[in-house]
Design a protein around this ligand. Structure first.
Ligand code: Z5A
Length: 221
């Protein structure tokens, strides 16, 4: 059986990653494709426990511990869910992966990139996404969507705005060819303008995927 595909959704807060991932999972499910959708942190019993600790506004976590907790969740997710699903030929959709670590723990918290890179290589055991869809949106627009969502803010969302501005600028850097050529462990990255309507963003996502893998993704929903 052919190996499946690992597609990652990334971007700053409020870019609409979860919304687009859900739409894609529904679309593939309706077409009877084998599709597995997971999010980081979480997606396993251990990972969901780690998620609860990481996002709890009451948790006091130093940056290095925060990075290692994300890595522990990732290692568990890759080994228990992602690799087995890929081996069965599934399309695996992941809400955030290690671009988020480079953005939040690297640029946001100021941890050294090389240390994160090594820890990530251990967590993923060398797994490289087939494609990362990087949803781009100005920080104020993304944060406005998060606030309007009317759900409490988690520990990371409550960090000061300048942290989120650094994170958003990091995602802009990741969108450049220069950064991508220095980070082959991230695999190919495709930019998606996330300021458009949900419908238009999804049309762009599907068109991109169909161009790359016409046998797996339909041209439109
Ligand atoms: N994190 C980290 O620090 N390091 C890591 O290595 C990893 C993660 C993997 C996980 O939070 C947190 O962990 C996250 C990064 C950090 N921290 N923060 N802050 P999460 O899993 O709870 O949530 P998230 O990944 O941060 O999701 P999000 O950014 O808040 O949202 P989103 O998935 O991009 O957007 P959404 O939920 O699809 O949509 C947000 C709202 O906008 C919602 O009301 C939608 O209906 C609306 N929306 C969506 N699309 C549109 C369009 N196109 N137009 C208008 N409105 C829209």
């Amino acid at each position: 059986m052919a190996r499946g595909l690992l597609i990652v959704f990334e971007g700053a807060e409020g870019a609409g990653k979860s919304t687009q991932l859900r739409r894609l999972a529904d679309c593939l499910g309706a077409a009877a494709r084998n599709v597995v959708a997971v999010r980081e942190p979480g997606g396993t019993i251990v990972g969901d426990e780690i998620r609860r600790v990481l996002l709890d506004p009451e948790s006091d976590i130093v940056p290095r511990a925060e990075a290692l907790l994300f890595m522990a969740s990732r290692a568990q997710l890759v080994e228990r869910e992602i690799r087995p699903a890929l081996d069965e030929g599934a399309v695996v959709l992941v809400d955030r992966f290690f671009l988020s670590t480079y953005a939040y723990q690297g640029v946001g918290r100021g941890l050294p990139e090389e240390a994160l890179r090594h820890a990530n290589a251990m967590a993923t055991n060398g797994l490289v996404p087939d494609l990362t869809l990087l949803l781009t949106i100005p920080v104020e627009r993304g944060m406005a969507r998060v606030v309007a969502r009317d759900r409490g803010l988690d520990r990371i969302e409550t960090v000061a705005l300048d942290f989120h501005e650094r994170v958003a600028r990091a995602f802009e850097t990741f969108a450049t060819r220069a950064w991508q050529s220095e980070h082959p462990e991230c695999g190919p990255i495709s930019l998606v303008d996330a300021t458009r309507s949900e419908h238009d963003v999804f049309a762009a996502v599907l068109a991109d995927l169909h161009t790359r893998w016409p046998g797996t993704f339909p041209p439109q929903a």
